[in-house]
Design a protein around this ligand. Sequence first.
Ligand SMILES: NC(=O)c1ccc[n+]([C@@H]2O[C@H](COP(=O)([O-])OP(=O)(O)OC[C@H]3O[C@@H](n4cnc5c(N)ncnc54)[C@H](O)[C@@H]3O)[C@@H](O)[C@H]2O)c1
Length: 446
Amino acid sequence: MKVTVFGIGYVGLVQAAVLAEVGHQVVCVDVDQSKVDNLEKGIIPIYEPGLTPLVKSNFDAGRVEFTTDAEAGVKHGDVIFIAVGTPPDEDGSADLKYVLAVAKTISEAMDQHKIVINKSTVPVGTADKVRAKITDVQESLGKSITFDVVSNPEFLKEGAAVNDCMRPDRIIIGTDSVGAEKKLRELYAPFNRNHDKIIVMDIRSAELTKYAANCMLATKISFMNEMANLAEVFGADIENVRLGIGSDPRIGYQFIYPGCGYGGSCFPKDVQALARSATEAGYTAKILESVEAVNYKQKEKLFEYISGHFNNDLKGKTAAIWGLSFKPNTDDMREASSRVLMEHLWEAGAKVQAYDPEAMEETQRIYGVRDDLSLTGTKEAALKGADFLVICTEWQAFRAPDFELLKQSLTEPLLFDGRNLFEPKLMQEYGLHYYAIGRGLSIKER
Ligand SMILES: NC(=O)c1ccc[n+]([C@@H]2O[C@H](COP(=O)([O-])OP(=O)(O)OC[C@H]3O[C@@H](n4cnc5c(N)ncnc54)[C@H](O)[C@@H]3O)[C@@H](O)[C@H]2O)c1
């Protein structure tokens, strides 16, 4: 099938690569010329496990191409994905300017029936806006070509995106068109062999399903962080509580890890956007507002511990930070907890020596060169001469450190763990002063 994907980001590029892998003929369009040039040279703009060989082999085989030529892109695809960003507007609502710009481009260039698929995460009602935009532009050009608009939200997880797209849990198709449904079933047939994962529904329900999924996951995290804060208040250990409640199959162990807050390009903006859409519709989404408020505070947690430990005097201190990306296996720094921490540390006059397996280039891009930030080649180098260590991201490589070396390298044996990777008792045996999230034991021992 001839497919066009607008937006070569985390979603668009992965989607394009897996569709090409199963034999579809894919053209990817982006407005970023340097991204397109790099991809043509085999330079992949993001880190995602398994993505580089997949893109390269399909590019070499001629099944995927990259261009900034939007008109050619529109002409190519029978189905056209919109996978551009929907960042938060100033008031938290999803900014649809990129989505609607693509809709306009599609309308201008289309010369025959097209199926336009919204893969970006968009507020309920966006398909109607895309449809209206295409119709209006066509009318202004004196055209009247039929088209369908479908909602097909993406559920991939960064860090496991290729696998998630190759083996999706579900494929949501929101459509009112029998023809579009048939075409999408054919498009996704290679990913739907084990059992039927396709769930067809009306467009608005499909749009809301995506937000509901992310908001449910964010709610689990904020709920657990609230329990961790209560564990601190009451002198309990959240790790015991986690195991205690996770054993209930109605709750389960997944997504109930307390920590220093959720980040990334999706949860923060999607929780905000749904709450904002609710307000606009005259409904106060109290749970969503609380989920966001709890998370905002949770991202301050590590700095509070650190600042409290040093009696609010961090001038001249050096923090070693392990983990900068918002979660492991990605280089994505959007809304990462590490950013909140670093910015607070800098404001308080401290320096940062940081290491991340993949996100250092991105950190440099965001913060540039500055005296109070040094990015080190190894996690051990980040420790040298630092006053304390903070773990912000639970990369595998941080799970079994050399604690003796850690003690020798730091000026104080002091560890702030934003991801609860270690046992407080063990840390005590190693002679480390250990702060974790909601672990009563570590609180008592302070
Ligand atoms: N990142 C994720 O894990 C994830 C998961 C599921 C859904 N989503 C949703 O998918 C959408 C895309 O997210 P992302 O993380 O891939 O974004 P991204 O920022 O990584 O990529 C977006 C791309 O769109 C391009 N673009 C902007 N305007 C364009 C235009 N007019 N024509 C062509 N290209 C254009 C940008 O240059 C950029 O390369 C968002 O709505 C997001 O919420 C993201």
